[in-house]
Design a protein around this ligand. Structure first.
Ligand code: C2E
Ligand code: MG
Ligand code: MG
Length: 780
């Protein structure tokens, strides 16, 4: 018997199918009373024949095409036997019962089932009718054989044609296409001769005892088992190509939704079942399914568990498992791609968008701003106090601060605004369609929330930021907007930090000037275009010059650039190392002449930035200087405003101290003012900041502070130099009430070129008539 395969679409042919079914059933109903009259003979045939039909029908040949497929069963072998042995209607009744049994346990959908039932009985009717018309009652003749062949052919073609019509209606395709199929003639060629096995059974039984029929079991079983093996092998190879195609196609998909769609289509094609589903719950009883991993959650591809001609439940399960692996791989690939894209566009620490996304969004916002005539604001936020936190508490604590800052920024902006991390301690906020008032309000809120401070490794740390604001109306590029905000941020830093400044063109010009200055300074250092002047350090008690401090000078055009200004510029632009080496070289050269005139111990101090101490070449530069300075002692002054927390800086200080070089803590009393520094660092001298001596001539409290510092330093075994002595009163106060051993200041000597220093030292040591005016005020 042949049967129409369940189509993948909803049944359009249901009317036709129903008609076929009704006709078949009518035929069966017509034949039943006649069979009833046949008595025990027919009853026995029904008892043996109907189950045999059911059994043989389980091993059909399957012919597939794109729109559906046809199953060719060999159960008509039994029909051939029946029609040669019984009356036409008796044979038809037994056959019909067999078909009914086959369909009732097929597990197919109702539509297919009813159609198959109808077509099976109708084809059986055609075969029985053909046989009885052509046979003419002759038994054991070639005519009977010819009638059997014609009946088998009629059976095949009725089943085949009716099935083809139904599939054509169902798939909305021409009938011709389903009639003329590759393999049809092969099927006829197999089917008709195999049906003759039924006739063989008739011939055997006519001349032999009934038990000889057992001999036919062997060819029948061979036929059925081989057919099943062929069908399964063909199906497996088809499934492999479906899986292969699915694996190739899924590579080209870039969205998870598309992968799910493809999965559903491929799963239906793979196991040729319409009721496949993709869902989040596992299979129930009477279902099979395979799990697909999609990120953290899982999906299931689920199908009915049904043994069919072409496949078993186990084979379907394997096929779904393989498809699930393909899809899981595709999801993993998409997830990886998503993560890579995310990492490429987000800061891994705070998960904030990075500069790339910020610029993209700024460009879009500017575009919209131009169309709608509104304003965009970009805030460039740089933390003021991050570096010391990072240095003191370590990078992990620094990271925690950055994450905390990111959170606070997010809390203080509107949902639609973009907060980005540009790198290091720099953040940005893009505000679209805002009024100036709102921007000011948001900036205030940000500064306020940072000022609340944060806990770092158990310590309360103050946070502050400088914010540069740039406004855009769409006439500028995103890059320019960011640059303007950056310049405004620098301006905020310059104006004392912890504030916001809105960009104005003048700020840009000042920045340009600064950039030019950086270039000019670089050239000046490279061309050794810097000078060094010396300011003597004098013994407060005796007036004897104990040494001199080297101070660098840079003349640009007509004027000197302020030293603290260009030193800071050098520090900010990584040039302070080169600058320091140049100063050390000049000082080392001048030392020889100084030693000659001094006639006794004398020192030269050189100012050093804490950053220089971290430079690996610095120790070598100091070593070289010490070698060429002969008897002149080298003192390195470290400004206290710079923290020395870096381990390598401390190590460098110890190495240098072992060369006999002494360290002075400069500008003591302002800046970081940590007294523990004096204990922990290899320091020999304290230079009190000019601010501490400014009022000592008229303020007892000022004198008391300076005295306390001096006493403390001396208790630690350190020398004290009081800086900033400009008036007689200050000098007297140091001598009489503070008790510090050394002083330095304009009253005694202004910074002077080396030649003047030499004459000043000579005069001071040997009582020469001082040639220069610098010595006039000295009354020590
Ligand atoms: P400093 O090391 O504290 O140097 C003393 C500063 O006070 C000098 O300013 C000096 O001219 C000034 N000064 C001296 N006596 C008096 C006084 O009685 N009254 C007042 N008001 N000021 C006085 P200068 O030369 O402008 O240097 C400023 C700062 O620049 C220095 O402060 C030092 O920190 C830094 N500096 C100077 N030369 C170098 C250098 O070669 N390398 C580095 N890294 N820094 C340097
Ligand atoms: Mg100094
Ligand atoms: Mg100083």
């Amino acid at each position: 018997m042949t049967s129409k395969r369940a189509s993948l679409r909803e049944t359009r042919s249901w009317r036709f199918d129903l008609g076929v079914c009704v006709l078949g059933l009518l035929l069966l109903v017509w034949s039943l009373p006649v069979a009833w009259d046949g008595g025990w003979r027919v009853a026995l045939a029904a008892l043996v024949g109907a189950p045999l039909v059911v059994l043989v029908a389980r091993f059909p040949m399957v012919l597939d095409n794109e729109d559906g497929g046809i199953e060719i069963g060999f159960d008509s072998i039994v029909l051939v036997y029946l029609m040669c042995t019984f009356d036409p209607l008796e044979a038809l009744a037994v056959w019909g019962l067999g078909v009914l049994g086959t369909q009732s346990i097929s597990g197919k959908r109702a539509a297919s089932l009813l159609f198959n039932l109808g077509v099976g009985i109708l084809a059986g009717g055609a075969a029985v009718g053909t046989f009885h018309v052509l046979d003419g009652g002759s038994t054991g003749t070639p005519r009977e054989l010819a009638a059997v062949v014609a009946a088998a052919t009629a059976y095949f073609f009725v089943d085949y044609v009716v099935s083809a019509i139904s599939v054509a209606i169902d798939s909305h395709t021409p009938v011709r296409r389903h009639l003329v199929q590759a393999g049809t003639w092969v099927a006829v060629a197999c089917f008709v001769p195999f049906d003759l096995l039924g006739y063989l059974a008739v011939v055997v039984l006519r001349s032999n005892p009934w038990w000889t029929l057992v001999l036919l079991v062997v060819p029948l079983a061979t036929l059925l088992i081989n057919t099943r093996a062929i069908v399964h092998a063909r199906e497996n190879s088809r499934r492999l190509s479906v899986l292969f195609e699915a694996a190739v196609r899924v590579q080209a998909l870039h969205e998870t939704g598309h992968v799910v769609d493809a999965l559903l289509v491929d799963a239906r094609r793979l196991i040729r079942l319409r009721d496949v589903d993709v869902r989040s719950s596992p299979p129930l009883t009477h279902e099979i399914g395979a799990q697909i991993r999609r990120g953290k959650d899982a999906l299931w591809v689920v199908a009915p568990a049904r043994d069919r001609a072409r496949s078993t439940v186990g084979a379907d399960q394997h096929a779904l498992d393989a498809l699930a692996v393909i899809c899981s791989e595709a999801f993993a690939r998409l997830q990886l791609t998503d993560e890579m894209v995310h990492y490429a566009r987000h800061d891994p620490l705070t998960d904030l968008p990075n500069r790339g996304i910020l610029l993209d969004r700024a460009a879009q916002a500017l575009h919209r701003a131009r169309r709608r005539g509104v304003r965009v604001a970009l805030l460039f936020i740089d933390l003021d106090t991050f570096k010391p936190v990072n240095d003191r508490y370590g990078h992990a604590a620094g990271d925690a601060v950055l994450v905390d800052v990111a959170r606070r920024l997010m809390e203080n902006v509107r949902d639609e605004d973009t907060v980005a991390r540009l790198g290091g301690d720099e953040f940005a906020v893009l505000l679209e369609d805002v009024a100036v008032g709102e921007v000011v309000e948001i900036s205030d809120r940000i500064l306020g929330s940072l000022a609340a401070g944060t806990d770092v490794a158990g310590h309360r740390v103050n946070l502050a930021a400088s914010i540069g604001i740039a406004y855009g109306d769409g006439s500028e590029s995103a890059d320019a907007l960011l640059r303007h905000a950056d310049l405004a941020m620098y301006e905020a830093k310059g104006r004392g930090k912890a504030q916001y400044v809105a960009y104005e063109p003048e700020i840009g010009q000042a920045r340009m000037r600064r950039l030019e200055l950086v270039d000019e300074l670089r050239a000046a250092i490279a061309n050794r275009d810097l000078r060094v002047v010396y300011q003597p350090v004098v013994s407060a008690a005796t007036g004897r010059i104990a040494g001199a401090e080297a101070l660098v000078r840079w003349r640009l055009g007509e004027n000197d650039v302020r030293t603290d200004m260009f030193v800071r510029l050098a520090e900010e632009t990584e040039q302070v190392g080169a600058l320091g080496e140049l100063v050390l070289e000049i000082v080392a050269q001048d030392a020889a002449a100084l030693e000659a005139v001094a006639g006794g111990p004398i020192s030269l101090s050189v100012n050093v930035s804490a950053r220089q101490l971290q430079d690996p070449g610095f120790v070598t530069a100091v070593e070289r200087a010490v070698r060429s300075m002969g008897g002149v002692a080298l003192v390195l002054e470290i400004t206290e405003r710079q923290e020395i927390t870096d381990g390598s800086a401390l190590e460098a200080m110890h190495t240098i101290a072992q060369m006999g070089v002494r360290f002075a803590m400069d500008d003591f009393g302002v800046g970081f003012s940590s007294i523990s520094y004096l204990r922990d660092l290899p320091v020999d001298v304290v230079k009190t900041d000019a601010a501490l001596s400014q009022h000592i001539d008229d303020d007892e409290r000022a004198r008391a502070v300076l005295r306390a510092v001096s006493v403390m330093a001396e208790a630690l075994g350190l020398d004290v130099i009081v800086e900033g002595i400009e008036r007689e009163g200050q000098l007297a106060a140091v001598r009489e009430q503070v008790g510090a051993p050394y002083v330095q200041g304009f009253l005694l000597h202004r910074p002077m070129p080396i030649a003047d220093l030499l004459s000043a030292v000579h005069a001071n040591r040997f009582g020469d008539q001082p040639p220069a005016e610098q010595l006039t005020p000295v009354a020590l």
